[in-house]
Design a protein. Structure first.
Length: 211
């Protein structure tokens, strides 16, 4: 309940603004294609709440109300939610303006359920080569060790690891990643491949953030 000079303040009403969640429920099924009729209906619903939040004149345009309140139009939010659902959950290729986005190129959160907690990180020892004193000297001569690195040059992203054992070079693996990948992603991917190659593993890093 709100009037022009009484009732909840606009900031409080914006905080409890729930109509967006209600209207956009299952929007991925009905929002495409976003026709003029759908846009008009969504604006009509949203307009009432925007007027209450901003306490503006009824003659104020809906676009201005969205700007004053800082709340995006419902039809844009519906389109956003649909694209996100198709890309991240349904694994479908989407198009934004003239750019095609492939779900295979999107980085996803790693599942914590892939390994049982009792065996997670078992047999893995990681050293930071930035501190040479941290590496036990005997490991450099008797153990299997992996040195990893990732880089980005001329728009290309790549990674590689080198496997040594008993001071002998065993193998070198290189990986060409997508140009969209960052150096951080390349380093993390390289560490993963080194660990997958052979367990138990000792991996030597130059930076702590990858841990």
């Amino acid at each position: 309940m709100v009037g022009h000079n009484w009732g909840l303040k606009g900031k409080i009403q914006k905080t409890i603004y729930l109509i967006e969640k209600i209207i956009l429920y299952a929007s991925s099924f009905w929002s495409f294609p976003m026709t003029t009729r759908k846009i008009s209906q969504l604006q009509r619903i949203q307009r009432f709440f925007l007027l209450q939040i901003t306490r503006s004149f009824k003659t104020t345009s809906t676009q201005s109300l969205c700007t004053l309140s800082g709340i995006p139009p419902l039809f844009l939010q519906a389109t956003k939610e649909t694209l996100k659902t198709n890309l991240l959950q349904l694994k479908k290729e989407i198009k934004i303006q003239d750019e095609q986005i492939n779900p295979k190129l999107i980085e996803h959160k790693a599942s914590k359920d892939l390994l049982h907690p009792a065996i997670r990180n078992k047999g893995i020892k990681i050293y930071n080569t930035a501190n040479s004193e941290e590496i036990p000297k005997q490991h450099l001569f008797t153990q299997k060790i992996y040195f990893t690195d990732g880089s980005k040059l001329n728009g290309n992203t790549g990674a590689a690891f080198v496997h040594f054992q008993n001071q002998q070079h065993i193998r070198t693996n290189t990986f060409l990643l997508h140009p969209y990948n960052t150096v951080f992603q390349a380093e993390a991917y390289d560490i993963l491949k080194a660990i997958e190659h052979n367990l138990p593993t000792r991996v030597h890093l130059r930076s702590q953030p990858y841990l």
